[in-house]
Design a binder for this molecule. Structure first.
Ligand code: F6P
Length: 341
């Protein structure tokens, strides 16, 4: 069998572990051939690929990023890829394509699959927001990075009697904020799934100070929003159209809390540091298992599916099911973390 592999969309710790696992299982387990397309679907369309043998993937297990490169592709080019799906498979002589990616990549994979490409998807995202799988690799690493940041911010916050507002990734789902906030013991957690009242955060900080604690840490997902009319002290920069602009919720919330509390507040935007660097052991294992199962699924002819973690087992689920909707944080999980506002 000849297998094509690519990584698309935003990168994520563990991508290299999947690539390595695919190559190992395919070559040593089945005597297959593997080629890697460069920069996601762009490589598939533009004919940029290279053969991947055991030496090509040697030493990449602990490395962050992706040796194949990644890119987000415009819709038009994706449509182009889908339309010529069957021909592309023939052109490269591939019997299976394993795209590793997030929601956008899996949606594109489904289009390609519907149009005749034999696809087995592998889900990835630090956001952990893909339906159909209990976990995605990359998430554990991101949570670890954010947790360490919260731990570190607590000591400096205490020294200066400040409120720290840590903004973590998560545009539509607050999994990173929820779990790093819980693990780091953040005093306030704000998620995209629930609009928060700034007044409640103000009360929380005042209560802490009134019982002698002289600092507070709030962990806010980048996609979190205040309830309508609950955040109106902070003033952003006025742009050329006369609109008020804030660079992100972390900055705005820190400014608002400082004004309301009369205490120093500092925003800390973690950004892409959550996506970089070496994956945790958990993510390496999950990524390796996904790679192994993707090759096995290809050999069973289970196309139009993706690998997924259910409980402790890796199973295959239809791509259609996985991309139907995003997996957001349910209410019952918010109650378990008492500091969700
Ligand atoms: O989807 C993963 C993610 O990390 C989001 O949480 C974040 O909003 C986005 O990627 C950032 O993407 P980019 O690399 O394009 O800035």
């Amino acid at each position: 069998m000849r297998i094509g592999v690519l990584t698309a969309g935003g990168d994520c710790p563990g991508l290299n572990a999947v690539i390595r696992s695919v190559v190992h299982r395919a070559l040593t387990g089945h005597g297959d051939e593997v080629i890697g397309f460069e920069d996601g679907f762009k490589g598939l369309l533009d004919g940029h690929y290279r053969p991947l043998d055991l030496n090509a993937v040697s030493g990449i297990l602990p490395r962050g990023g992706t040796i194949l490169g990644s890119a987000r592709l415009e819709r038009d080019r994706l449509r182009e890829a889908a339309e010529s799906s069957a021909e592309l498979a023939k052109q490269y002589g591939i019997d299976a394509l394993i795209p590793i990616g997030g929601e956008g990549t899996l949606t594109a994979s489904r289009m390609l699959s519907d149009a005749g490409m034999p696809v087995v998807g592998v889900p990835k995202t630090i956001d952990n927001d893909i339906s159909g799988t209990d976990r995605t690799f990359g998430f554990d690493t991101a949570v670890m990075v954010a947790t360490e940041a919260i731990d570190r911010l607590k000591t400096t916050a205490e020294s200066h009697q400040r409120v720290m507002v840590v903004e973590v990734m998560g545009r539509h789902a607050g999994w990173i904020a929820l779990e790093s906030g819980m693990a780091g013991g953040a005093h306030g957690i704000c998620l995209p799934e629930r609009r928060f009242q700034v007044e409640d955060l103000v009360k929380m900080v005042e209560e802490r100070f009134s019982r002698g604690k002289k600092f507070a840490v709030v962990c806010v997902a980048e996609g979190a929003h205040p309830a309508e009319g609950s955040m109106d002290y902070a003033k952003g920069a006025i742009d050329q159209f006369g609109h008020e602009r804030f660079e992100g919720i972390g900055n705005r919330l820190a400014s608002e809390l400082e004004l309301r509390l009369g205490k120093e507040a500092r925003p800390v935007i973690l950004g892409h540091v959550q996506r970089g660097g070496t994956p945790t052991a958990y993510d390496r294992v999950l990524a390796t298992r996904f790679g192994w199962h993707a090759v096995e699924a290809a050999h069973r002819g289970e196309f139009g599916m993706m690998t997924a973690l259910r409980g402790t087992d890796v199973i295959m689920v239809p791509l259609a099911e996985a991309v139907a909707q995003l997996k957001t944080v349910p209410e019952r999980r918010m109650y378990e973390a008492e500091s969700v506002f």
